[in-house]
Write a protein that binds this ligand. Structure first.
Ligand code: HEM
Length: 199
């Protein structure tokens, strides 16, 4: 089952001069994850040093700013689910499912929208609440929040290269998805279990 033409997958190492290309690709991946780690640590340090303002923005129709965040986190999580499902179809991992021509488009845009929708929530979290270390849920959530943008940065850097090993993109994509799952479980699901499915 071929991959749809619209979605370029990382180039496979070629014979002859392969080792130089492979090591260049590996250096590229390590650099991408290094930059990603720097982004996550930078967000964490800001969240730690910045004095939480408690500023919260509510949107018309919602009962509270936290409800807005919980629903936006849920929308971001649903887009992340679409992205991982489309990746499985694209890589031919779903038996009997032929990858439609639009799958690359769906994969790219669901990923972009997941991150885009999460940004205003994360900005509010960082600016109003900061990086919290008291309470396991707050700590795990804060770490995952910072980790998400580092993993996303690494994925985008890996995507911009043609010489990265085939395992790099699925791992980076998997880390981004895992962060979205953890963020939703530690905040979105927590909100709905605590306050019900309120708007
Ligand atoms: C960028 C790093 C982030 C940090 C440091 C952070 C930190 C926090 C903290 C400390 C809370 C309060 C937890 C509590 O109730 O005790 C919180 C709440 C929340 N965060 Fe984040 N967050 C981040 C990113 C995100 C992202 C990316 C999302 C969603 C995609 C998100 C969704 C939420 C939601 C829905 C709540 C409200 C529910 C709750 O209070 O747990 N956060 N965040």
């Amino acid at each position: 089952m071929g991959t749809p033409q619209s979605m370029p997958l990382p180039a496979q190492p070629v014979a002859g001069g392969g080792s130089a290309k492979t090591s260049r690709g590996l250096v590229g991946v390590l650099t991408a994850f290094g930059v990603g780690a720097a982004v996550s640590i930078g967000l964490g340090v800001y969240g730690r040093l910045h004095k939480p303002t408690g500023v919260a923005v509510n949107l018309a129709g919602f009962s509270s700013p936290v409800a807005v965040k919980a629903w936006l986190a849920t929308v971001a999580f649903l887009f992340a689910l679409i992205q991982v499902a489309s990746a499985l179809v694209m890589y031919g991992k779903v038996p009997g499912v032929r990858a439609p021509t639009w799958i690359g488009f769906a994969h790219r845009w669901s990923g972009r929208l997941a991150v885009l929708v999460s940004v205003p929530v994360a900005v509010q979290c960082l600016y109003a609440l900061g990086f919290q270390s008291f309470g396991v849920r707050g700590l795990v959530h804060s770490v995952l929040g910072c980790f998400l943008y580092g993993a996303f940065t690494a994925k985008m850097l890996i995507l911009s290269r043609r010489d990265t090993p085939a395992w790099a993109l699925p791992i980076a994509g998997g880390l981004v998805f895992a962060a979205f799952v953890g963020l939703w479980l530690t905040a979105g699901l927590w909100f709905f279990r605590t306050f019900g499915l309120t708007l």
